[in-house]
Design a protein around this ligand. Structure first.
Ligand code: NDP
Length: 301
């Protein structure tokens, strides 16, 4: 995967006089939907901006991002595999970016690079927009990578009664739980790590979960993190199953559908995290002018 300089994807800020230039950086990046989403937000709120793509080689994110900002770039979204690099290069981090341990949104303010993480707020907004209750519910979070870590804080803020984290590598789930134990205590949420074997054991998992969030990358390879035994114990027809992977009915979603549960992919999360980034860059006063659900409908059609 080669480095692509900042003009290759038609993203060099010097090429766009009179426009504020933004970009999404990832590797690979060619199929990212972020440019389309941000162009729609810009059109809805009449912002003079250009939003392009950047594909740094692995190991070259920081130099590409610095070149982009030095050339006048105003802000950047960051996706796989650069969210940790972005956190490392930000000079000022929001508290939720510190908690998440990763940054998906960068911008320049008074000569300093700021970093935030809008993945968790994007997930929460998409769930609420779909009418999914979070307060008072029992949530199962599958995965312990960057995406899982990014959403735990915003989920705890919504005051579920219980948040259970399960990951293929158990130790990573335990690490996450100890990292968020203090916040969970303050919020009065029972936060725990469990193993897949415990989910499969009906004596240990006696009640289905209200909300099951798949924050693993398994769906990208048409796999599910759940075995058939676990599926029987965790889903009921009243459950809601959310897969962060988007663009298809994943194996995880199919398992939930077979148990009669309702399902969603993660496209709404993608749009909502973009909306949060857009408002950070262009001003929260534009929130009434952008319509993220209309953009989501357009992407789905
Ligand atoms: P990471 O690489 O940081 O973590 C991957 C996670 O998936 C780990 O918990 C890993 O487990 C687990 N995993 C991978 N393959 C399997 C498998 N076959 N079975 C079980 N578990 C598996 O990735 P991220 O956390 O950054 O991203 C996770 C997913 O979320 C990606 O698919 C990404 O596209 C999606 N995402 C979607 C967003 C949206 O806006 N919709 C935003 C952010 C992410 P282990 O620790 O054992 O390796």
């Amino acid at each position: 995967m080669n480095s692509i300089p900042i003009n290759e994807f038609h993203t060099d800020p010097v090429q766009f006089p009179g426009l504020d230039v933004y970009a999404v950086a990832g590797n690979p990046i060619a199929h990212s939907k972020s440019p389309l989403i941000h162009q729609r937000f810009a059109a809805q709120s009449k912002q003079a901006m250009h939003y392009g793509r950047l594909q740094p080689a692995v190991g070259e994110f920081v130099s590409v991002a610095k070149s982009f900002f030095a050339a006048g770039g105003k802000g950047m979204n960051v996706t796989v595999p650069f969210k940790l690099d972005a956190q490392g290069m930000a000079e000022v981090l929001t508290s939720r970016a510190q908690l998440a341990g990763a940054v998906n949104t960068l911008w320049i303010k008074e000569g300093k690079i700021y970093g935030d993480n809008t993945d968790g707020s994007g997930l929460v907004r998409d769930l609420l927009a779909q009418g999914i209750e979070i307060r008072g519910t029992r949530i199962l979070l599958l995965g312990a990578g960057g995406a899982a870590r990014g959403v735990i804080g915003p989920l705890l803020d919504q005051l579920p009664v219980q948040l259970t984290v399960v990951n293929r590598s158990n130790s990573r789930a335990e690490e996450l739980v100890s990292m968020f134990a203090g916040l969970a205590k303050i919020k009065g949420v029972q936060l725990e790590a469990r193993t897949l074997l415990e989910l499969e054991d009906h004596a240990m998992t006696t009640t289905a979960f209200d909300l099951v969030i798949n924050a693993t990358a398994a769906g990208l390879n048409d796999e599910s993190p759940l075995t058939a035994g676990a599926v029987n114990n965790i889903f009921a027809p009243s459950s809601f199953a959310y897969d962060m992977v988007y663009g298809k009915t994943t194996a995880f979603m199919q398992q939930a559908l077979l148990r009669g549960a309702r399902v969603s992919d993660g496209l709404g999360m993608l749009v909502e995290q973009a909306a949060d980034a857009f408002l950070i860059w262009r001003g929260a006063d534009l929130s009434g002018q952008i319509d993220s659900r209309a953009v989501l409908s357009e992407l789905r059609s």
